[in-house]
Design a protein around this ligand. Structure first.
Ligand code: CA
Length: 427
């Protein structure tokens, strides 16, 4: 798992600022463009994007066609072997001064580029594996029995909308829909008054599986290309009225934001951890979801953070309000491998470039709650911002920034980049 590409002693001739998300041990891949030139694949290093089409002559000829596409589906379909070979080659090119003259002209400042959703997403599924989130939300409806009986057996998910997935930075248009106040006789149609965010990780699928051929939990890692941040924007008032009996629909499908970079499993290998032990009395996973290696190393110690700024805070130059901080490994009741195994357990086929959300990742602490629904206790306990403004849910002009990073004892930091969205008014 951990190999020489994870060595914290590796250095690049590209200057990497202290605390950068993108040291030479990370090398996440993404799709970018400059001006009106066409979209192409690049890799993040320090404050730069390395244009992979610009260094095509230095890469395996066999990779060229897939790496010159405006989406990464074809490249990720090749699986982790090709990804790892590219990673090794890039470490050589960016680590050895001999290649500097050839490679340096293909570095573009990250502030000069526009990033895009890295894949054409055919299907997007959102899970609900954050057990503290599920418990906190369940308590608002069922104080004595927050988790439904299936939760500890089934990795719960719902089918999301692929067409409205947008990259970090795209504005969020406040959705309108049917909302019904608890004491009202009938719903009305109008802009959501309870717009919320959800702090999640996204899983990018690399190699797919054939229809009718489930992916065993022990092989799931071979189908995961990497990870990103995901914000599952949610209209709580629309959701509360529409979700029974078939689950969320228009309350979620108006938009989902993702961070731009695909952080590979290999870059995250040093941060694998045992799955948190299940509480006494919890059932063991059914055999198709159980695997000793996954129990040993299925969790990822990824630090997560969500911050908010209002329009007034930005005007007054006030630092962002920290909404939450916590680690993903303590939040997930099911691992990424169990999610993939469950998704395909009925024979459903995943395709390269499919996106899977983990579900909101809240920790068991009040400092680690991944949505305003939890932070404001369903709107009953608004939070105060430094301007004196109060928030139960998001107002127009509010901006949410999600961040994720792993940090090792050796100072190695593997970051995800940001997932940002600002609420524009309704249309
Ligand atoms: Ca969600």
């Amino acid at each position: 798992m951990i190999d020489e590409t994870n060595d914290s002693a590796l250095k690049s001739w590209v200057e990497t600022p202290h605390g950068s998300d993108f040291p030479i041990q990370n090398l996440p891949i993404g799709i970018f463009s400059v001006g009106d030139r066409r979209r192409r694949a690049g890799v993040a290093i320090g404050d730069f994007v390395l244009d992979l089409t610009g260094i095509a002559d230095l890469l395996d000829e066999d990779w060229r066609e897939d790496l010159s596409q405006p989406i990464l589906n074809g490249w990720l379909a090749r699986g982790n072997g090709a990804q790892h070979a590219l990673r090794e080659r890039l470490i050589e090119l960016l680590g050895d001064e001999r290649y500097r003259d050839d490679v340096e002209p293909q570095l573009i400042g990250q502030t000069e580029v526009r990033m895009h959703v890295p894949c054409l997403v055919g299907d997007y599924t959102d899970f609900y594996v954050g057990i503290h989130h599920a418990t906190n939300v369940g308590k608002q409806f069922r104080p004595d029995n927050p988790l439904l009986p299936n939760y500890k057996y089934v990795p719960i998910g719902y089918h999301g909308r692929a067409s409205s997935i947008r990259v970090s930075g795209e504005p969020v248009i406040r959705p309108s829909g049917q909302r019904k106040a608890p004491d009202a006789d009938a719903p009305e149609y109008g802009p959501s008054r309870r717009l919320d965010y959800e702090l999640e990780l996204g899983i990018w699928i690399g190699r797919g599986n054939d229809l009718g051929s489930p992916i065993p939990v022990g092989e799931a890692a071979r189908h995961i290309a990497g990870y990103c941040l995901l914000n599952d924007w949610s209209a709580r008032d629309i959701q509360a009225w529409e979700y029974q009996p078939l689950g969320p629909f228009l309350s979620k499908s108006f938009m989902t934001s993702v961070s731009a970079w695909v952080v590979s499993q290999q870059a995250l290998a040093p941060f694998r951890r045992p799955m948190p032990p299940r509480a006494d009395g919890d059932p063991r996973p059914l055999p198709y979801l159980d695997n000793p290696a996954d129990r040993e190393s299925g969790a990822l110690e990824i630090q997560l953070e969500a911050v908010l700024t209002s329009e007034r805070m930005r005007q007054d130059g006030i630092a962002p309000h920290v909404l939450s901080r916590g680690s993903a490994d303590a939040a997930m009741y099911w691992s990424a491998a169990q999610i993939v195994a469950h998704h395909t357990a009925n024979g459903c086929n995943l395709l390269p470039g499919d996106l899977i959300g983990t579900g909101t990742l809240s920790t068991d602490s009040n400092n680690g709650l991944g949505s305003l629904l939890e932070i404001s206790r369903g709107g009953k306990q608004p939070i105060a911002l430094a301007t004196g403004e109060m928030r139960s849910f998001l107002e127009d002009g509010d901006e949410i920034t999600l961040r994720a990073w792993c940090e090792g004892e050796t100072g190695l930091r593997i970051g995800f980049g940001e997932c940002v969205g600002r609420v524009a008014g309704d249309r």
